[in-house]
Design a protein around this ligand. Structure first.
Ligand code: ATR
Length: 280
């Protein structure tokens, strides 16, 4: 039985949770001929490094830090990848590179019954994760405000997104302005609060926290971040980012295999792996 291989490239990539998640899905579906592994490829040899999985019959790969932008040169980026300016999934059969982050976020919000269309949404951050979020949220008809520590980076995000996708309408604000603007949803796309800095929150101390909003925190380690705790303390609803990780992976899984993976199996195995990592 020839093994059908898929995997993730990154540098470093040893801590990636994707192999555990995808292999659990293969196992649950008894897809014994599929296997997902992690490949460490240093940035300076990306082009050469890409030949390895290609020549060894890999069907596709996920792409993680630091290769998501650089790989665009070596694949055919689809509309989503071009809009977000990064590729996180490649299908070697077509050499198309796509980006499943925006849909992963949107699918998780929808699965959590969070309304998007016509809502005011505050995005915290202006890196790659924020660009995917802003793209997805604007596409789904939200009004988006962006707050970032470095304002110029947020301005650049808006300009780049307009140029790459034609999507307009995200407004750059300070956090005070955003608090006055009012929102029903806050999506944290910064790394603030990530383990081990679990006491930190991107909602600065002293500024009243909006009552009754929903927070979606892309940070999933810890499972309950300081921002999520602030939100719940003010009568809101908080959702951690593990579901987005699962759902961006699920889209890639279906692209490669043609089979919809078991979301709950993937979610459970990730939660267990993270709990284990916290104990270690
Ligand atoms: P990613 O590609 O995952 O989005 P990134 O490009 O490194 O990662 O972006 C990290 C985001 O977290 C940025 O918005 C960053 O703010 P700056 O643009 O000002 O650097 C934000 N961030 C990281 N550490 C932060 C901190 N201590 N306080 C506020 N924002 C922070």
């Amino acid at each position: 039985m020839a093994v059908k291989r898929v995997g993730v490239i990154g540098f470093p990539v040893e801590h990636s949770l994707s192999p555990v998640m995808h292999n659990a899905a293969f196992e649950a579906l008894r897809m014994d001929d599929w296997y997902y592994d992690a490949m460490s490829i240093p940035p300076d040899i990306l082009r050469l490094g890409l030949r390895e999985p290609r020549n060894h019959g890999y069907i596709g790969i996920n792409v993680t830090v630091p290769h998501k932008e650089a790989i665009m040169e070596y694949v055919r980026p689809d509309e989503k990848a071009r809009a977000i300016g990064a590729v996180n999934t490649v299908d070697f059969r077509s050499n198309i590179g796509t980006n499943t982050d925006a849909d992963g976020l949107i699918n998780d919000l929808v699965a959590s019954d969070v309304r998007i269309r016509g809502e005011r949404v505050l995005v915290l951050g202006a890196g790659g994760a924020a660009r995917a979020a802003v793209y997805g949220l604007l596409r789904e008809g939200a009004a988006v405000a962006i707050v970032n520590r470095t304002k110029s980076r947020a301005d650049r995000l808006v300009a780049q997104l307009r140029a790459s996708s034609g999507l307009d309408g995200a407004e750059v604000m300070t956090l005070d302005q955003a608090a006055d603007w009012g929102m029903s949803l806050i999506v944290n796309c910064t790394s603030v609060g990530l383990h081990p800095n679990i006491k930190q929150s991107p909602w600065i101390h002293g500024l009243p926290f909006p009552e009754g909003v929903t927070v979606y925190d892309m940070v999933y380690r810890p499972a309950n971040t300081a921002l999520m705790q602030q939100c719940v303390a003010h009568g809101g609803r908080a959702i951690g980012g593990l579901g987005m990780l699962v759902r961006q992976g699920a889209i890639a899984f279906e692209l490669w295999t043609g089979v919809a993976p078991p979301i709950d199996v993937m979610y459970d195995v990730l939660r267990d792996a993270l709990e284990q990592a916290t104990k270690d």
